[in-house]
Design a protein around this ligand. Sequence first.
Ligand code: PHB
Length: 392
Amino acid sequence: MLQQLMRIGAAAVALTLFAGAPAGAETIKVGIIGPLSGPFALGGKNFKAGVEAYVAAHGDTVAGNKVEFVYRDLAGPDPGAAKSVAQDLIIKEKVQYLGGVYLTPSAFAIAPMLEEANVPLVIFNAATSSITQKSPLIVRTSFTLWQTTVPLAKQAAKDGLKKIAITVTDYGPGNDAEAAFRTTFEAAGGKVVETIKMPLSATDFGPFLQRVKDSGAEAVFAFLPSGPATVGYAKAYVESGLKEKGIKLMATGDVTEESGLQAVGDAAIGIRTTYHYSLVHDSQLNKDFVAAATKAIGNADELSFPAVAAYDGTHVIYAMIEATAGKQDAKKAVQSVLGMAWESPRGPVKIDPETRNVTQTIYLREVTKENGRLVNKEIASFPDQPDWGLVK
Ligand code: PHB
């Protein structure tokens, strides 16, 4: 009798579970974590624009399963908030995949939760090299500071510069940028005459740049996380008289990213940077991507680099869903994209099977004006750059 009742109960549960869904099909939820409010809100908006541009081009069904994106706001570098946002997506929303994550401290906070949850994380931005080492379930489609900085330091030495000052934000990616620049530049015979670590909360860059001026450096290298501080730094560089004195600014592309560049103004013309993506990268695929992402974001002035990592990150998540036929198997999903190569709007890219970071071309760019707009014009390229922080 009891057994019979249990069987009827189980059948009723099964009926409830499958009611409304076509046989074999499931809705697969993907949780996207990013700053949708606060100083880095454009980062989150660009994640959304990149995902939406990808879905517009490739549809919302993979291997017969409908894919649904669930967005959660994570405004600042707050590890506690990062954990609870990820937990909410995993437990309450039952997401099979996580994507996004703008700031490094958030990535460090989420990494330890992934294996138990059986959920891969595809990082759309956070760029400290060691992040992918914190969980075998992390894949990154953005870049690392080692990856973008090594070519710039090589270029500085090639340009004949001998004495450099380093200014970086004092946290994970800034420390990586400093180590990458120093090691590469010194190996090429250059000298670092001043190293300045600026707090993440800094808004007044005048005093730091005064120290650069006094250091005897011929040029200054800078990394700051893209946001209000990068615009403030670029403006302060011009206002402090460094440019006038002939002390060149060499930076990673975070400092001249397009959504902040117009606010810096014409004084930015001539600033050289290295980066994985420029909005004016010359390819048909990129033109199509920029058109779709602009439509998604709704304002051309807000479009910037995090959108391309989100577009490619969505491509990686779709490949994972395909490889697992929609079943939740994080290990198999990650395994399936190791070594995967494709053509991105930024150029050719590949997931390095050892580091799980994207290998890509890094471009040397110069700020110029085209059709009345400031752009990062690509002037040279360094193909097949791995994450130099992990591949020495
Ligand atoms: C990071 O926190 O890893 C980060 C944020 C913004 C950037 C680069 C790196 O532009």
